[in-house]
Every structure is written in structure tokens, then in C-alpha cells.
Write a protein that binds this ligand. Structure first.
Ligand code: NAI
Length: 402
């Protein structure tokens, strides 16, 4: 069996919202002749997004968005189907960056980014490409944060749409997607029982909520760490223990970071962890579990299983999955297909919006228009065969009355 082709076929029949949207918009060819660079964790669902953009007329070039999250069989299959792909699974960050540069050589009009590496590279190293660039659609929390930082410093040179902040994205992808796929990855890589374990989830944002909820469902006793007092209170009300990381570090069996922040688990925490503790990260960058600290205090390291490195620290053994890169993408297949169908539908419609409206757009970060969110939610409900009520005229007036 050709695994790349099989994986793409598997998702093709299940990404039903995207399929509907492609059928709806294809007669207009809204992306005809437009150069689109896609930089998202390159697995089957992303491959299918790239092919869908091409069906709408886009001239698509694909790269990864993280060195370890590219699946090489998808790269080969996309090339086989005629797309230009600059990507490979690698531990080599320079090679990853070289692929970003190659992708920028195509002088894209629209960038579909995840974590903003392509967009930031243009702003810092390839300003000459800005004249061809109409706009950027950003997939994740960390990428939107970076775009807002550029905007605040008045350095954003292109309109950007915060795809992550659409309700049909973060409510489902960050919460239920991360919730399921993180546990899928931890279970398949460790083959350990989650029930009976003390799971420590760092960060109780959308991803953390999903990871904690699913850990509880699997029978774990869950501890949340936070820096935001409201999120911490929310975690308590949801039934979780909340404490500082320095306390959680002493009792946790499995750690998952979901903060988008740096050095969340560091030297002082590794030093007090139990023998056998499992460390993983679901945040965008590999900075949440400090691998630098782990390397500096460990006396030896070895590969314990595929994707798992064992570090010896003061006679104890700590196990890091996927070098501290996003565990669900670097060591598994990412979110469930139906979840990415929603997220990538937001990407698709946002790309069409940039294609149509870029001349009217300013160099700032835009929210996804509500009509896009509603179109996707309605299409999904329709596909599920679920009808919902509509407001009557009387209700409409009542809801607007004083
Ligand atoms: P969010 O902003 O909703 O939540 C992050 C939470 O972490 C906030 O509540 C914040 O107060 C907390 N936090 C920040 N620093 C902390 C620290 N030092 N200790 C404890 N808590 C801390 O963000 P969201 O949407 O949950 O995303 C989190 C990260 O996951 C981002 O990097 C995002 O890009 C990434 N992401 C990864 C996905 C995956 O497939 N693995 C999917 C979606 C997002």
C-alpha cells in the first residue's frame, strides 16, 4: 500500500465541510492564478487543504511549519499529485529554515501560516517579497500573538486574518482536537495506562482545557498549573487541583505543557520529579519544557523507545517525548480529521476573502468575519443532518428591545 496516498484518500472522504465549500466556490475559481504558500504541520489533512486550494485555482507551494511535524509520505504523495513541496521531517532546524526560504522564492500572494514563521521570515529577511504579498491567514494562538506583536510595533506590512480566533477554530481545534490528539500520541508512544496517573497540565487556555478534560475522562487525577487567576479559578470549578509547578513537579507522572510560553518546566522542576516521569509539550514551540536545562543537568541520555528520550538526572529517569516539540504532531497524526475539516474550512474561506478584498484591507490583524464562522457551522450542522430553530420576527424585535 502507498501509505501517503492511503492517508490522503482516508481524509478526502471525511473532510466533508471543505468538500462542500469547494463544490460551492469552484464555479467561480476564486483563487485562479493566485500564488499561495501553505506552511502548516504537513500531514494528510494539511495536504488535503493544499489540494483543495489548488482545486479553486490556486498555484500552491507547500512547506512544513515545524521541523518534526512533517510526514514524508505526504510530501511524496503531494509531489506525485503535482504540487511543489519544500519539506521533510528533520531534527535539523537549518534545513527546516532553508525550506521556508525556498517556499518564499515562489513570491506568494497569500500565505497560509501556522506559527507565523513564514510571515516573520518575510518581515525580517525577505522584505523584497512584500510587494507580491496580499495577505496572511494565521492558524494558531502563538502565530496570532507574533502577528499582534508586529502590529503593536507598527511593523506589520501586510493584512493578516487571525484564523485561530474564529469560533469554529479554537472552540473545536484547540479544545477538542488537542484534547484527543495529545492523548492519542502519549498513549501510542508510551503504551502506558493513563488511569491511575497524576497528570499535570500547564496552562488552562483552550488547549489545556481539552487536555485536562480528556485526561479526566481517561481516569487520571489531574492537576492544573496557571499564571492567570481567572483561568486557575475556572480549573478549580471544573474539578481539577490547582497548584504551583514546583509542587506539581514532585507528584506528577505525566506532564503536558499547553501555554505558548517559555521555560514552563525547567531545572528546578526536573530536580524534584519522580523517577519515570513523562514530559511532553503541546504548545507551538519547543520551549515550554526546557530541553536545554534537561541536557545540562542530566548525566546520560538514550533513546528509550521511538520518539522517547530517557534522561538520567540524579539517578532518576525522566522521559521526554518528541524532543519537546508538539507531541500530537511530531509523534502522531495530529488532530482528528473532522476537527481539521472545520479549521481548514476557516483557512479556505479566509484565503478567498483576502483574494477578493486585499486591495481594501489595511496592514493589521483582522478577525475572521462572522459570516465565515456561521457559514462553516451551518454547513457542518447540515452535514450532520441537524436542524436548528430560527428567530421569529417577534423574537428578533424582543431581543433588540429595551
Ligand atoms: P491560550 O492563550 O488559550 O492558553 C494559554 C494558557 O497558558 C493561558 O491561560 C495562560 O494564562 C497560560 N500560561 C501562560 N504562561 C504560563 C505559565 N508559565 N504557567 C502556566 N500557565 C501559563 O492558548 P491556546 O489556544 O490554549 O494555545 C496554547 C499553545 O498551543 C499555543 O502555543 C498554540 O499555538 C498551541 N496550539 C497547539 C495545538 C496542537 O495541535 N498541539 C493546537 C492549537 C494550539
Amino acid at each position: 500500500m502507498e501509505i501517503g496516498s492511503a492517508k490522503l484518500e482516508w481524509v478526502a472522504s471525511r473532510m466533508k465541510v471543505i468538500n462542500k465549500l469547494v463544490d460551492r466556490y469552484q464555479p467561480e475559481s476564486p483563487l485562479k492564478g493566485i500564488r499561495i504558500a501553505v506552511s502548516i504541520h504537513l500531514e494528510a489533512k494539511t495536504g488535503y487543504l493544499a489540494l483543495s486550494l489548488a482545486k479553486l485555482g490556486g498555484e500552491v507551494v507547500v512547506t512544513g511549519s515545524n521541523p518534526l511535524s512533517t510526514q514524508d509520505e505526504i510530501v511524496s504523495e503531494l509531489r506525485h499529485r503535482g504540487l511543489t513541496v519544500n519539506a521533510q521531517r528533520t531534527h535539523d532546524v537549518d534545513l527546516y529554515k532553508k525550506n521556508l526560504q525556498l517556499t518564499l522564492d515562489s513570491k506568494p500572494n497569500i500565505i497560509i501560516d501556522d506559527g507565523a514563521d513564514l510571515t516573520v521570515t518575510i518581515h525580517q529577511e525577505r522584505k523584497e517579497i512584500l510587494k507580491d504579498l496580499w495577505g496572511v491567514c494565521e492558524e494558531t494562538t502563538t502565530g496570532v500573538k507574533r502577528l499582534r506583536a508586529l502590529e503593536n510595533e507598527k511593523k506589520l506590512m501586510v493584512p493578516a486574518i487571525a484564523v485561530n480566533d474564529a469560533q469554529t477554530k479554537y472552540l473545536f481545534d484547540n479544545r477538542y482536537g488537542t484534547g484527543q490528539s495529545v492523548w492519542d500520541s502519549i498513549m501510542r508512544n508510551t503504551n502506558l495506562n493513563i488511569a491511575e496517573k497524576r497528570v499535570v497540565v500547564a496552562g488552562y487556555g483552550w488547549c489545556g482545557k481539552g487536555v485536562a478534560m480528556r485526561a479526566k475522562g481517561l481516569g487520571a487525577r489531574v492537576i492544573v498549573t496557571e499564571v492567570d487567576p481567572i483561568k486557575a479559578l475556572e480549573a478549580i470549578m471544573d474539578g481539577f487541583d490547582v497548584m504551583e509547578m514546583k509542587e506539581a513537579a514532585k507528584i506528577g507522572d505525566i506532564f503536558v505543557t499547553t501555554t505558548g510560553d517559555t521555560d514552563v518546566i525547567r531545572k528546578e522542576h526536573f530536580e524534584v520529579m519522580k523517577d519515570g516521569a513523562i514530559l511532553s509539550n503541546a504548545g507551538h514551540f519547543d520551549v515550554e519544557v526546557s530541553v536545554k536545562d534537561l541536557e545540562s543537568i542530566s548525566t546520560s541520555k538514550r533513546e528509550a523507545r521511538p520518539n522517547i528520550t530517557e534522561y538520567e538526572v540524579n539517578g532518576r529517569h525522566l522521559y521526554l517525548i518528541a524532543d519537546g516539540r508538539l507531541v500530537n504532531l511530531a509523534a502522531a497524526d495530529g488532530h482528528p480529521v473532522e476537527i481539521m475539516d472545520l479549521s481548514f474550512s476557516v483557512q479556505l474561506l479566509s484565503a478567498i476573502k483576502i483574494a477578493k478584498d486585499h486591495k481594501k484591507m489595511e496592514n493589521r490583524v483582522y478577525a475572521v468575519p462572522q459570516e465565515i464562522d456561521y457559514e462553516i457551522a451551518r454547513t457542518k450542522l447540515e452535514l450532520l443532518g441537524i436542524k436548528i430553530d430560527s428567530l421569529t420576527e417577534k423574537q428578533r424585535k424582543y431581543l433588540k428591545s429595551i
